[in-house]
Ligand binder design. Structure first.
Ligand code: UDP
Ligand code: MG
Length: 318
């Protein structure tokens, strides 16, 4: 009998939790030779999500929850789930039913055929705005161009992970997490299965454009140091251009007695160089900022409560 833990990060999902549970349970009834447990992670919700989870855990034998001490973000919530999960495999799912539960039996099939990481690949992003789609496209292109990993495209966090992958992911304790890159980084046998994203069952997405931009920068800086290399190349290129320009000015002055107008050229060059220098500093700063946050070695999340039990660090309090 295989034991599978379903990890569900929840942030202000009071309207969908019951619905999620009924719908997923209905699908799971037909899966043979598998026992399922639910592990909900309450990521510091400000609505009634926690009390909903408490009720659910009290009522259903196979449901449990951890509640984080504040909102740490989905990436941290997922890690908390992975840390507390004890199945032979885990499935990570959103609470808002955008991830169709019908895919779970398919994932389990592939897992039993020897795949360690079965992920759902969205076949259309039609529900998203034109801008969002193109930004996502650009992001994947950039990441692909600069890193030697084959980054999985249009693949979200909806996936089944074998316990070997879970063990590997638990080892990766960086604070600024780009989980999508980490899934690729750990390797093992991967299988992508297509699916259509459903609209949210209720509530609104918590991802703003700003948050998505931050995620993109985070993804790039945590996955590759190519931008640093790029600044070096940029410096080299600008220096070369400057040299050619200098030769040309000299040539003109010596051969044709051209008095070279100073002010416009100076201003252009100064502004251009100033911009390049600030850009390079900014890129270095991005990485330095990461070094700073990581060097503090703070815990990635704090658990307030585990199935009704108050927690102190990783263990029950009192
Ligand atoms: N989520 C979370 N912490 C957060 C934001 C979101 O645990 O700070 C959870 C949320 O409850 C949901 C999942 O992550 O289960 C995906 O969030 P959302 O639906 O807002 O994102 P989208 O589907 O738009 O990518
Ligand atoms: Mg969603």
């Amino acid at each position: 009998m295989d034991k599978i833990t379903i990890i569900v990060p929840c942030y202000n999902e009071q309207e969908v939790i019951e619905k999620f549970h009924t719908e997923v349970t209905r699908v799971l009834q037909d899966v043979a030779d598998c026992s399922f447990t639910y592990l909900f992670v309450n990521d510091g919700s400000t609505d009634a999500t926690l009390s909903q989870l408490q009720q659910l855990a009290a009522r259903e034998e196979n449901a449990s929850y951890i509640s984080l001490s504040r909102n740490f973000g989905k990436e941290a919530a997922m890690l908390a789930g992975l840390d507390y999960a004890d199945g032979d495999a885990v499935i990570i799912m959103d609470a808002d039913l955008q991830h169709p539960p019908e895919l779970i039996p398919v994932m389990i099939d592939w897992w039993r055929q020897g795949y360690d990481d079965v992920c759902a690949k969205r076949t259309d992003r039609a529900d998203e705005t034109w801008f969002k789609r193109h930004m996502a496209n650009l992001f994947y292109r950039c990441l692909q161009a600069v890193s030697k990993f084959r980054v999985q495209r249009d693949v979200g966090d909806f996936r089944l992970l074998d316990k070997r992958c879970v063990a590997a992911l638990r080892l990766m304790r960086e604070n600024q997490r780009f989980t999508k890159g980490m899934f690729t980084w750990v390797g093992y046998r991967k299988k992508e299965i297509p699916f259509h994203v459903r609209p949210r069952a209720a509530g609104a997405t918590t991802w703003s454009y700003l948050a998505l931009c931050n995620l993109a920068v985070e993804g790039l800086t945590s996955f590759t140091t190519a931008p640093l290399r790029l600044t070096t190349l940029l410096g080299l290129g600008v220096s070369l251009l400057a040299m050619f320009y200098m030769c040309w000015v000299l040539f003109n002055a010596l051969c044709y007695g051209d008095p070279v107008a100073g002010y416009p050229t100076l201003i252009t060059v100064m502004l251009f160089l100033g911009g390049v220098q600030l850009l390079s500093l900014g890129i270095i700063g991005e990485y330095l900022g990461r070094v700073f946050t990581e060097s503090k070695q703070r815990p990635i999340y704090l658990v307030d409560e585990y199935d009704g039990q108050k927690m102190i660090y990783g263990s029950p309090a009192g």
